[in-house]
Design a protein around this ligand. Structure first.
Ligand SMILES: C[S@@+](CC[C@H](N)C(=O)[O-])C[C@H]1O[C@@H](n2cnc3c(N)ncnc32)[C@H](O)[C@@H]1O
Ligand SMILES: Nc1nc2[nH]cc(C(=O)O)c2c(=O)[nH]1
Ligand code: SF4
Ligand SMILES: [Mg+2]
Length: 224
């Protein structure tokens, strides 16, 4: 099981900028690969997993800007790196789409060392994580994966963090939540790309619905 390895685009320590855990010091593990294709995605450099962009771990660790380069690393090696380089004890696994991969082996080694795990996912793949991992689903409605995969991700979600640009995005979320098992997950609206109109709409809707607002605080702060 621990022969697993993951395509790593980035590993860095910062403050969780989004969602319920905003403000928590966190290690971010960004995995390479995502076929979903959201037009407004802020991490398009993680979409393609190209063999000819595979580099050594040391090259990934010294990155200073976004790039399509990635390296293959096993769970134990990721853990050792985190323990030697960072002080945060909350690991956020993001991407790309991290649920393209079985994340159980990663959860297992990190949780055995006392780390908490959070996974950021689009709900377009089955969520393979430990029972105690915090799952943030940012649903990509009408994209790949299909409704049954999305419904089971919503069912597992601890938090639903919905990207919002227009009223249509809120209507789609309403449709998704109707009759969904994810009723106890916390719902947050996240304005797309800090656009003023999206932010105003998200604020108004959150107040009306008693939902949370998730702004990408790291972008306002100019941190990673
Ligand atoms: C880059 S995605 C990676 C994880 C996974 N693929 C997903 O979509 O949840 C991480 C988070 O950033 C959000 N996001 C991506 N681009 C954004 C943008 N331009 N504005 C606001 N949120 C964005 C996603 O919806 C998701 O909640
Ligand atoms: N600070 C910070 N917080 C984040 N929360 C979710 C992020 C992501 O890209 O998944 C992210 C990110 O890229 N940076
Ligand atoms: S699912 Fe996530 S990583 Fe993939 S395109 Fe959409 S926002 Fe970007
Ligand atoms: Mg981000």
């Amino acid at each position: 099981m621990n022969n697993a390895s993951y395509p790593v685009n980035e590993l860095f320590e910062t403050i969780q900028g989004e969602g319920v855990h905003t403000g928590v010091p966190a290690i971010f593990l960004r995995l390479q690969g995502c076929p979903v294709g959201c037009s407004w995605c802020d991490t398009k450099h993680t979409w393609d997993l190209q063999e000819n962009r595979k580099v050594m771990l040391s090259d990934v660790l010294v990155k200073t800007e976004e790039s399509v380069m990635w390296c293959s690393v096993g769970p134990r090696e990721i853990l050792d790196l985190c323990m030697s380089r960072y002080t945060a004890t909350h690991l956020v696994i993001t991407g790309g789409e991290p649920c393209m991969y079985d994340l159980q082996p990663l959860c297992e080694v990190f949780e055995a060392e006392g780390y908490s795990i959070q996974v950021e996912t689009s709900g377009t793949y089955p969520v393979m994580v430990s029972d105690s991992a915090w799952v943030t689903v940012s649903p990509k409605i009408k994209m790949r994966g299909g409704l049954s995969v999305l419904a089971s991700a919503i069912d597992r979600a601890d938090e639903i963090k919905h990207p919002v640009a227009t009223v249509k995005d809120i209507e789609q979320l309403d449709e998704l939540l109707t009759g969904s098992a994810g009723a106890d997950a916390k719902v947050a609206l996240q304005p797309i790309s800090q656009k003023p109109k999206a932010t105003e709409l998200a604020i108004r809707t959150c107040i009306k619905r008693n939902w949370r607002l998730s702004v990408q605080t790291h972008k306002y702060l100019g941190i990673e």
